[in-house]
Design a protein around this ligand. Structure first.
Ligand code: BGC
Length: 840
């Protein structure tokens, strides 16, 4: 009889209620008001409306793929408004759209199923590469007896496919445009809501007269409709700010010409924009965006005054008093501190975000003083010629504002000589030349009158990284005894002593996940005690080593909400996989089958959460997930995702936080603290690193310079590791400069462990060390090969997920052939058991 932690009743639990109430009370703060002429919030008398748009009833709760959390119900925007007492006069149009949508969904699934059957792969594999596109909307032709029109634009995306710069995706499509224009021309108030996980083109929204408010509602999880209605009615106050630059034109993004499929080359991606990602590019090269990074309006206005800037060789403190200058509504303001570093031998962006703080909810005329603190050394740039992080001598201008495009200089720090803050080793040599763009020469800025603070180069300290040289073989010094994990926990043995007793076969199995070859379980369902968990590590019962259960996120905990077992505990087929992919329970399901339930909360997606700029809020969301992990016995959450939004078309941007590494790292650390406040539970920050592309996601080679990697694509991971010590890290599918991330010792040992002090274990993304082409997960005609199993071990990629017998055999053979050593395998086993020792 299998042991399950799922519930045998499908009644809504008190935990579900509590978690949803908490999400509802917080999530409105993530919404970003882009435009508002006073139309929002709606007054108490404004309850008769028309509601249109593909997202009105088909509200996207989160993206697709493994990031899609299976929840009990989804409250769409229509339902949310209805529950609030709104009288909606556009049911006829919405009903017809429902039918169109249902027909389109059925046709899509029929096509997917047919292709899957032909290719002998599960339907979800085909769905990854050919996502569903919502059908055309009917044109709105009637004007109803209401003053207010709300129009919801939705976009969806997910793993396995990048978005396109085309109508109905990045661009609005013709019918959407006509419908918005019709509403704007015929109703007193027109409000447009963006139910998207990333950037879309906003030209029409900015250039159409008669649109009174535009708000990024984001993708809010399974009670999104309630959250939207709370915000529209002013019960919740939106106080989000953009964590990405929303460009005037897609072509303004520096990687737009070559990104993914845009240039027809999905094998190689050359990061020629270097460190100039997002606002670093727009700001430095003088390209005006539609909405800048850090921008967002809320329902009221604020004024802010810098009280003081204090700095020494260790810390910079900026204190700012913020006043709500409005007369009607409360709000929260985000104060952002950017620093302009001196132009020197190292090319630099015009300014970079170094710290931020959000006020509490301030009523009209209320004030609050916030202090933003950051390490002085965090302003250093990576100098490849010295293999070091360096603060170049010169002036560091501290700028304070409430968006990237609205800052004022507040002080200037002067450094007398160059300072090496960290002495490293160059780890990431390019495999092909990448010509990076350089900043234009800056105009001289008048900084007279600013407070000046002198920093003394002789008072800084330099840390020198020691890199691991070898992994000596652990000898069994207690051979007369049979040590177990219990001995380790009681202090009778060390982990090293336990590992020294494991055979190569035992360790090779430990370093490979609990694999299951049945096709229905390809992704998303481990075969153990938690059904719908994406994977498990194996246990060694006679050593009291337990398996760890790993389940997806990031928008909540993805489990199978309803499953059935035989009376003696065998899991039966049927149930949700993710999103549209569901397998009905077959007719021959035994009558005495036992039903189990695991309903989890779908929280807002990462890109929406980040817009809160509120790390306490994100920690609370992590805590929500932690409570459900505890209930259903999940050890590792395969989240948060924290890759950089290099280009708005990356299919997984919704699972990631921002274009800026400080935001990404801070959010991931906050999420981790929430989850890891429960003993024996951890996060798995992913996808390490530079997973910026979803087309040919498993075999694309990202060519990135050492400095760009360190300052942009690795920085967030570094912050999260140092600040929150996640129990686990998942490598990305892609190659970096010709080496699979999964196989890169420089990445996993040099940067992650030696430079940042990571103490947990590393796992691969699913099937990284298996030939994904043979199981329909990757196109056949790609340039690069899959990662190698022994090289994962050599790199210190401790667990290969979900794993195969071949992976185990290859590890053993690798030792026998001398490609890897027993010490390498022991090192991985030690890392795994270090985490297992913390789990119950
Ligand atoms: C995704 C991972 C996920 C894993 C397990 C992969 O396809 O890239 O993010 O955690 O599947 O579901």
């Amino acid at each position: 009889m299998g042991k399950f932690y799922a519930l045998t009743s499908d009644e809504v639990t008190s935990l579900e209620k509590e978690n949803q109430a908490l999400v509802r009370s917080l999530a409105g703060e993530c919404m970003v008001v882009l435009e508002n002429d006073g139309a929002l919030p709606l007054g108490k008398e404004e309850r008769t409306i028309v509601l249109y748009g593909s997202g009105a009833r088909n509200t996207v709760k989160g993206g697709t793929g493994s990031g899609d959390v299976n929840s009990r119900e989804v409250v769409n925007i229509y339902e949310g408004l209805k529950a609030e007492g709104f009288n909606i006069l556009s049911d006829d149009w919405l009903d017809r759209y429902d039918k169109t949508l249902e027909d389109a969904t059925n046709a899509y699934m029929a096509d997917i199923n047919e292709k899957a059957a032909k290719q002998h792969v599960p339907p979800i594999m085909i769905m990854f590469s050919t996502p569903f596109v919502a059908p055309d909307e009917e044109l709105i032709t009637q004007v109803k007896d209401a003053d207010i029109a709300i129009y919801v634009i939705s976009r969806n995306s997910g793993e396995g496919a990048d978005r396109y710069d085309v109508k109905k995706d990045y661009e609005l499509d013709d019918n959407e445009v006509k419908n918005i224009q019709f509403l704007a021309a015929n109703y007193k108030k027109t409000i447009v809501l963006l139910n998207t996980g990333g950037v879309i083109d906003t030209k029409v929204l900015r250039n159409t007269d008669g649109i009174n408010a535009v708000m990024i509602a984001g993708q809010m999880g399974n009670i999104g409709g309630n959250i939207v209605s709370d915000v529209l009615t002013g019960k919740s106050i939106p106080s989000g700010k953009l964590t990405d630059t929303w460009a005037e034109n897609y072509s303004d993004y520096p990687s737009s010409a070559t990104f993914s499929h845009n240039n027809g080359n999905i094998d190689d991606e050359y990061y020629t924009e270097g460190i100039y990602v997002g606002y670093r590019y727009f700001d430095t090269f003088g390209i005006k965006p539609a909405y800048s990074f850090g921008y967002g309006k809320g329902y009221t206005d604020f004024a802010y005054e810098v009280d003081d800037v204090i700095a020494d060789e260790k810390k910079v403190y900026v204190s700012v008093t913020v006043t709500n200058t409005g007369s009607k509504y409360a709000g929260r303001e985000v104060i952002q501190v950017y620093v302009t570093s001196p132009e020197g031998a190292i090319d630099k962006p015009f300014k970079e975000l170094r710290g931020f703080a959000k006020t509490s909810l301030l009523g009209p005329s209320q004030k609050e003083t916030v202090t933003i603190a950051f390490d002085t050394a965090s302003m250093a740039s990576y100098d490849i010629t010295r293999a070091s992080y360096v603060l170049e001598k010169g002036q560091y201008i501290i700028r304070v504002g409430n968006s990237c495009d609205n800052t004022r200089p507040a002080a200037v720090l002067t450094l007398d000589r160059d300072v090496v803050t960290v002495k490293c080793r160059n780890l990431f040599g390019l495999d092909e030349a990448v010509e990076e763009i350089q900043a234009p020469k800056r105009e001289k800025e008048d900084i007279s009158g600013l407070k000046e603070i002198a920093l003394d180069s002789s008072k800084f300290t330099t840390s020198v990284i020691e890199y691991q040289i070898d992994r000596p073989v652990l000898e069994d010094k207690r051979s007369g005894e049979k040590l177990t994990m219990d001995d380790v926990k009681s202090g009778n043995a060390t982990l090293k002593e336990l590992v020294a007793q494991l055979t190569l076969e035992e360790m090779a199995n430990l370093c490979v996940g609990l694999f299951d070859h049945s096709a229905s379980n390809v992704v998303g369902s481990a075969s153990g005690s938690v059904v719908g968990a994406a994977g498990e590590t194996i246990g060694i019962p006679d050593r009291k080593i337990i398996p760890t259960v790993n389940a997806d996120g990031p928008a909540g905990l993805r489990l199978q909400p309803h499953f059935k077992t035989t009376a003696d505990g065998q899991v039966l087929p049927g149930g949700e996989v993710f999103g549209l992919s569901r397998n009905p329970f077959p007719d021959d399901t035994p009558a005495d089958a036992i039903d189990y339930y695991q309903y989890c909360t779908a929280i807002p997606i990462a890109s929406t959460l980040a817009q809160s700029w509120d790390m306490e809020l994100i920690e609370k969301m992590g805590h929500i997930v932690g409570t459900e992990m505890q209930q259903f016995h999940v050890h590792l959450w395969l989240a948060p995702g924290m890759n950089i939004h290099r280009n708005p078309l990356c299919g997984r941007n919704f699972e990631y936080y921002s274009e800026d590494p400080l935001i990404a790292g801070s959010c991931a650390a906050a999420d981790t603290k929430g989850v890891q406040s429960f003993a024996g539970q951890g996060t798995t920050i992913k996808h390490f690193a530079a997973n910026s592309q979803e087309d040919n996601r498993m075999y694309n080679n990202a060519h990135i310079s050492e400095r760009t990697l360190r300052e942009i694509y690795l920085k967030g991971f570094e912050i999260a590791v140092k600040d929150s010590q996640p129990l686990s890290v998942m490598t990305s599918y892609n190659l970096i400069n010709g080496i699979h991330s999964a196989n890169s010792k420089d990445l996993l040992q040099g940067a992650l462990r030696d430079e940042w002090g990571f103490k947990g274990f590393v796992m691969t993304d699913w099937f990284s060390s298996q030939d994904a082409r043979s199981i329909g997960l990757a196109p056949a005609n790609v340039k690069y090969d899959c990662a190698s199993s022994p090289d994962c071990i050599k790199a210190g990629n401790d667990v290969q997920m979900p794993g195969s017998k071949q992976n185990v055999d290859d590890i053993i053979k690798g030792v026998e052939d001398g490609r890897i050593t027993l010490g390498d395998v022991q090192f991985c086993a030690l890392n795994i058991l270090g985490v297992v020792a913390k789990c119950e």
